[in-house]
Design a protein around this ligand. Structure first.
Ligand code: KIV
Length: 311
């Protein structure tokens, strides 16, 4: 699964500088690929930290991959805040992005600013992400003006997948590609520091990113973006079932987890677990004293409460 993996020796965490917006701009300028991944809790954040990724997104894909909802439409601000707080505790170096869930920003600039501030204040994320062009451009402008950096997200935007005709590649006609370019330029012009392109033909992405100055991150958008993002559970093979075309599985963690859990269950049932290594010992004198107590005649439960250590 991990064949062909690049060797990247992460410097020790205490020697890594936290990733910030100037660093991302510098990476784009130098042609250094930006590595982004999602995380939704403390353990996934510590994995991302240890793997030396640059950006961690507390994505609303949490709806599907950790909360079991059918789509991202269902996840709430409360749930995103709870997940974001857990991620913050496991991260030191990567830039942390809080995803704004559906319903948290579309209806007004005030609502968008209020919820962006809530994500930053309560979860400790440094920046927020919101989906689509159109009205989201105005919301992005308002949030940026309020002092919170914004990452845009174009192409397949799962919150509005129904309106897009389902979970399928976007920008496949010249007309749709022009709209994508216009939205990307609009997001850049209102101050977005980066844009995610999801499920866009590689050639269209390449033509669009050539017109942009800000870093771009792709997921199913080909190799021309400044960086790539994948969902934690997809790349590790924790998610099961049908995967999007753009997912590469680098491990089969689900199968490993089921295998390990099955072995545990079998060992409990066959009494092979726990083994001597997994049990606590007791001083023999204490054990003897306890046994003498048990050997006393007429021991009652009431006496057990009253019992004093033997002299
Ligand atoms: O929520 C998410 O995981 C995302 C990524 C696919 C970019 O938005």
């Amino acid at each position: 699964m991990s064949s062909g993996a690049r060797s990247h020796t992460a410097p020790p965490p205490d020697q890594r500088a936290p990733v910030n917006l100037p660093r991302l701009a510098e990476m784009k300028a130098n042609g250094e690929p930006i590595v982004m991944v999602t995380a939704y809790d403390y353990p996934s954040a510590t994995v991302a930290e240890a793997a030396d990724v640059d950006i961690v997104l507390v994505g609303d894909s949490a709806a599907n991959v950790v909360l079991g909802y059918p789509g991202t439409e269902q996840v709430t601000m409360e749930e995103m805040v709870m997940l974001g707080k857990a991620v913050r505790r496991g991260l030191r170096t990567p830039l942390m992005v809080g995803d704004m869930p559906m319903g948290s920003y579309e209806s007004s600039n005030e609502l968008a600013i209020q919820n962006a501030q809530r994500l930053v204040k309560e979860t400790g994320c440094q920046v927020v992400k919101l989906e689509s062009g159109g009205v989201a451009v105005e919301r992005a402008r308002a949030i940026v003006r309020a002092g919170i950096p914004v990452m845009g997200h174009l192409g397949l935007t799962p919150q509005t997948a129904t309106a897009l005709g389902g979970y399928k590649a976007q920008g496949k006609s010249a007309k749709d590609a022009i709209k994508l370019l216009e939205d990307a330029l609009a997001l850049q012009s209102v101050g977005c520091f980066a844009i995610v392109f999801e499920a866009v033909p590689a050639a269209i992405t390449e033509a669009i990113v050539a017109k942009l100055e800000i870093p771009t991150i792709g997921i199913g958008a080909g190799p021309s973006t400044s960086g790539q993002v994948l969902v934690f559970h997809d790349l590790l093979g924790i998610t099961t079932g049908r995967m999007a075309k753009f997912v590469k599985r680098y491990a089969d963690v689900h199968d490993q987890m089921v295998g390990a859990m099955g072995q545990y269950a079998a060992e409990v049932r066959s009494r092979h677990f726990p083994e001597p290594d997994h049990v606590y010992s007791v001083e023999p004198t204490e054990l003897d004293e306890f046994r003498r107590y048990l050997d006393q005649e007429s021991l009652t439960s009431q006496k057990a409460w009253d019992w004093e250590p033997l002299p």
